[in-house]
Design a protein. Structure first.
Length: 323
């Protein structure tokens, strides 16, 4: 009996059958975005501090989603759920609601992660930078799919990113005070979902709003609904906020919250209501201890979101460059 040759090593097989060598696909492949670095304003240049929301024409708008199933509150002290935490009382609940703005929030999937995001323009989706698969092949990043209002299946047609605009190219393993402060990216999608569903505005967070329970969060946490159902939480507060760096001179804003957030919530919006509609002020980023700053000499520990003036400025650039 002849002895078969040993199989190829993975490295040898890849030299023969590499993804980048494919010229004709048997089945349609997800669109893969190009990366675009956002322009930082020059010294003294005026930057956007707000972008306006797009309200649905039918005005089917609600301030709290329906179809909720409230969870029992946790009674233990803060329980670690790496890399985010549940802080009792846990007021999150899953919901089913297709009114605005809940239909604008959705699930984000990439080759490396499952997370959350929100529409902030006619074809513009905001999520966390560390959610993006920054691995580049032939000038293209890993695919990004956004499923608005996903609830155990697609409620509205999904969309794929064609470009991704960002300040910082973050990863979950390299997060710190500077990366958290600008941990957001805007993906331009291949469908104009915002024309149908509407979209949220954005605003520069003001530290005079610290401690005020004005905000809500929507995400797709893995421990609640298995990342398959949207979760609502509110009202919540931002406990404290700082610019990064000991002297607080960095760009963006580290926003500390003791709202309950777990993996899958990353990229989800923290937003509030104004008379012209809802505006996002922060993007869920991570958890842990950040270095002391001159206004607070203790190590800062909590769940974190990124915000500040670069957030609406980034959205404004994305809307202007790719309308």
């Amino acid at each position: 009996m002849a002895v078969d040759h040993a199989p190829l090593t993975i490295a040898a097989a890849r030299r023969i059958w590499a993804y980048e060598k494919i010229t004709d696909f048997s089945f349609p492949q997800p669109v893969r975005p190009v990366r675009k670095i956002a322009q930082r304003p020059a010294e003294g240049e005026k930057r956007a501090h707000t972008t306006s929301p797009g309200l649905p024409a039918a005005r089917d708008i609600t301030a709290v989603p329906l179809g909720a199933r409230r969870r029992p509150s946790l009674r233990a002290r803060g329980r670690s759920v790496d890399p985010l935490y549940i802080y009792p009382p846990d007021g999150r609940y899953v919901f089913s609601d297709t009114t605005y703005p809940w239909c604008c929030c959705g699930r984000v999937t990439t080759p490396t992660s499952q997370a959350s995001g929100v529409l902030v323009g006619p074809r513009h989706m905001l999520t966390a930078s560390h959610v993006i698969d920054w691995t580049e092949t032939n000038g293209l990043l890993g695919w990004v799919t956004f499923q608005p209002d996903y609830n155990n299946g697609d409620v509205f047609p999904p969309s794929n990113a064609v470009s991704t605009l960002y300040y910082e190219q973050n990863s979950p393993s390299s997060m710190g005070e500077y990366s958290v402060a600008e941990d957001y990216a805007v993906c331009t999608m291949d469908r104009r979902l915002g024309d149908e569903l509407g979209y949220l505005g954005t605003k520069t967070y003001d530290d005079s709003w610290d401690q005020e329970a004005w905000w809500v969060n929507v995400g797709y946490p893995g421990d609640l609904g298995g990342g398959l159902q949207p979760s609502f939480q509110g009202p919540i507060s931002i406990a404290n906020s700082w610019h990064p760096g000991f002297f607080e001179t960095g760009s963006g804003r580290d926003m500390e919250t003791f709202a309950s957030l777990t993996p899958g919530d990353s990229g989800g919006p923290i937003f509030g209501w104004w008379t012209d509609g809802p505006h996002v002020v922060g993007v869920v980023s991570g958890q842990g201890g950040l270095s002391a700053v001159i206004s607070d000499l203790e190590t800062r520990t909590g769940n974190w979101a990124g915000g500040g003036s670069p957030l609406p400025d980034l959205v404004n650039q994305a809307r202007s460059n790719d309308p």
